[in-house]
Design a binder for this molecule. Sequence first.
Ligand SMILES: Cc1cc2nc3c(=O)[nH]c(=O)nc-3n(C[C@H](O)[C@H](O)[C@H](O)COP(=O)(O)OP(=O)(O)OC[C@H]3O[C@@H](n4cnc5c(N)ncnc54)[C@H](O)[C@@H]3O)c2cc1C
Length: 435
Amino acid sequence: MNTIAVVGAGLAGSEAAWQLAARGFQVRLYEMRPTVPTPAHSTSDFAEIVCSNSFGSDEAGTAAALLKEELRALGSLLLIVADEVRVPAGKALAVDRTLFGRGVTERVLGHPRIEVIREELPSLPESPAIIASGPLTSAQLAESLQAFTGRQNLSFYDASSPIVLADTIDEGGVFRQSRYGRGNDYLNCALDRPQYLAFRDSMLAAEKAAVHEFDKINYFEGCLPIEELAARGEDTMRFGPMKPVGLVDPATGRQPYAVVQLRQDDIAADHYNMVGFQSRMKWGEQKRIFRMLPGLENAEFARFGRVHRNTYINAPAILTAAFECRNKAGLFVAGTLAGVEGYTECIASGLVSALTLASHLGGPDFSLPPPATAIGALCRYISNADWKNFQPVNFSFGLLDPLGKHIRSREARRVALVERARASMAAWSAALRSA
Ligand SMILES: Cc1cc2nc3c(=O)[nH]c(=O)nc-3n(C[C@H](O)[C@H](O)[C@H](O)COP(=O)(O)OP(=O)(O)OC[C@H]3O[C@@H](n4cnc5c(N)ncnc54)[C@H](O)[C@@H]3O)c2cc1C
């Protein structure tokens, strides 16, 4: 039987290695720490979580809890360990980071079918393999990946714009129009000169997030944080993301002084992306300042803008829904490197890629959960999103298909989506068991 290489013993790689070994496969797990350190990790433990110690909400009825529920049902090792070392955090699943890393390390090291190689893997492994080398993938491996994916399909930092919940946008305050009369794809927040100047002044004065050493980035001119553009000059934003050309505000019959454009971000049209508004302002500041825009006075945000180090591939151009490379059978990419965002999503990608690979190699049958489930919807997004505008993504209700019936209250809509996901997961599991 082939030995399977797993690169990176982070959240995705540890889950994947353990799931493969649990299904009888021999695994060679490469982890470069502590021999080659990263600027962010501080231990040699597997699945070291370097940012927050929270896996997000565990409150029934939330998107984050639905994803965890599905992972628990599929026997995720990392969720088992997380539940064992959870610390009080209201309705969230937060863990003792040290115990979590130690617990995962002990389980993985203790598995007789996992051989751990504490070395940097400098180039793409032979298939079958799962690459899960994370946001700080080593330079040599990144170079090898870039040769494989094409330069344009590997990013070294993530410059994402804020995402607004559609039902919190005041439709009376925006107008729907694409530039130069080419359709109606965008929502536009129009600003007059005093509004524009006040908006800019607020950005100039806003508190910015601290920049870690590993986050120091030489910005590409095409992807500057919005506050950086604001600082360059009074009109810089009006010649960039806030340019009004080609638009006519129906309320005045004239071109606005400046606009902010919002583009639909998900299949369900629940989310809108603020085009070109990647930002390093603190989240509270983003909320306060973006709510100054006409139509966004009561906006709720599914994600705030950011600009930080993150190595990731253009997943929809490279991967299938099961995280397998379209043009290299048996080679999978998981974790943040595959363009998923969030600890639980990284674990889900490791689990799905491992179960799919095991099934290809003669292990237990596995097919992807349907897109009505959290895991299925995340997998579909990764392989199906618009590759020209791809940005890493968390699981959210907006990735699920719409319900097919109109439910006015957001709360009731979410309850219905969770019920449908549970029913869909149960039917899928039953079908898999009887296959
Ligand atoms: C700079 C930075 C950016 C982050 N960005 C995001 C983000 O955008 N979204 C998000 O959700 N979270 C982010 N995080 C938080 C957190 O790190 C991740 O969510 C999570 O750890 C990712 O899991 P992973 O399994 O993909 O990668 P990791 O947990 O980082 O695991 C990858 C492992 O691979 C190892 N490795 C790398 N290259 C090699 C190699 N060539 N050979 C052998 N081993 C190798 C690393 O040492 C590491 O242990 C970020 C953290 C940092 C420090």
